[in-house]
Design a protein around this ligand. Structure first.
Ligand SMILES: C[S@@+](CC[C@H](N)C(=O)[O-])C[C@H]1O[C@@H](n2cnc3c(N)ncnc32)[C@H](O)[C@@H]1O
Length: 310
């Protein structure tokens, strides 16, 4: 019985603790709730400690849990996508958007896009924020021609790598997902005009090449661009021995920041905090694109906050 109770506590979120009125006759209920919250927090913390967390994760994997629990426990097939989707939906609610777009740059066979499509449905059903999925790729042609020097890492990739079976992938896509075939140096420019998508909420970059990543980042400067104030990004190709700051994805990010006054890309600091497996490497690959002009113009629609002595 106690074991079942502990698992129940794990799957509960502490997002909205019960609200009580300040009437004195609530004092006993208040005390009981406080104690329950302390127990829940203790169990949640304990479960994240090795070796309990391995067992806890295995159990949670078998249960129907909230997307928040899925995210914290890295239960998704691509936990980086779940983290991006959950954060984007939370921001959309706070910023008053009913719908967002999530994008995968570099689709290849479609394994990642299919996970994004699946997870988007789960997150949408739970949060109520509608999610449209877009996948950009060269299609059957695979990697395009390279820029001609070390920056595209010809030591790792070859033109034509990762050719897509277009028909096979299209047969697995639902109405939620749009596959945009062609070179991103063209397709991002007309994306907003052609598809009239809701604001960008999350973007995964897995294009391998410096030149393609630089072109794809151009989406933030495309005509009609809309995005969340702090849009989560995931960069896949940054953990190999051949990666360095003067080529590939790192160079594309640096140049983006140098060339754009109004948008800045930086690490998602603290994304590991509170996670069951904070050492997982994918957290280091999560970044954020900040829309500086929009942020400058925000006037928060809420009461002021006070912190009282406990
Ligand atoms: C490593 S694969 C992507 C793998 C995929 N994300 C997955 O999880 O299975 C890289 C893809 O990026 C695409 N790509 C690279 N440069 C591109 C460009 N300039 N325009 C469109 N697609 C590009 C290639 O066609 C290739 O399919």
């Amino acid at each position: 019985m106690r074991f079942v109770y502990a698992i129940q506590q794990l799957t509960l979120t502490t997002k909205s603790p019960p609200q009580l009125s300040s009437q004195p006759d609530n004092i006993y209920i208040r005390q009981i709730i406080k104690e329950k919250l302390i127990v829940r927090e203790f169990i949640q913390r304990l479960a994240k400690e090795p070796p309990f967390r391995i067992v806890a994760r295995a159990i949670l994997k078998k249960l129907k849990v909230s997307v928040k629990t899925k995210d914290i426990w890295a239960l998704s097939k691509r936990p980086q996508y779940m983290t991006g989707l959950v954060e984007a939906s939370n921001q959309a609610i706070k910023q008053g958007h009913k719908e967002i777009s999530v994008i995968e740059f570099g689709v290849a066979g479609g394994n990642g896009l299919l996970v994004l499509q699946e997870e988007a449905e789960i997150v949408e059903n739970e949060t109520g924020v509608k999610i449209k999925v877009y996948g950009f790729d060269m299609g059957a042609r695979g990697l395009p021609s390279f820029i001609g020097d070390y920056r595209d890492h010809p030591d790792a990739w070859k033109q034509g790598d990762y050719a897509m079976d277009e028909e096979k992938l299209k047969s697995r896509l639902t109405d939620r997902t749009t596959l945009i075939l062609g070179n991103v140096n063209e397709t991002v420019k007309t994306f907003f005009k052609t598809y009239n998508p809701p604001p960008i909420g999350f973007v995964s970059f897995d294009l391998d090449l410096y030149s393609s990543t630089k072109d794809a980042l151009g989406i933030f400067n495309a005509a009609g661009m809309k995005m969340l104030w702090n849009t989560p990004l995931y960069f896949d190709d940054i953990e190999f021995v051949f990666n360095h700051r003067f080529a590939g994805v790192f160079l594309a990010i640096r140049e983006f920041n140098e060339e754009n006054e109004n948008f800045k890309i930086d690490h998602w600091y603290g994304v590991e905090s509170g996670r069951a497996f904070p050492e997982r490497y994918f957290y280091k690959k999560l970044y954020v694109c900040h829309d500086l002009i929009s942020i400058s113009n925000v006037i928060l629609d809420r009461d002021t906050i006070s912190l009282h002595i406990k």
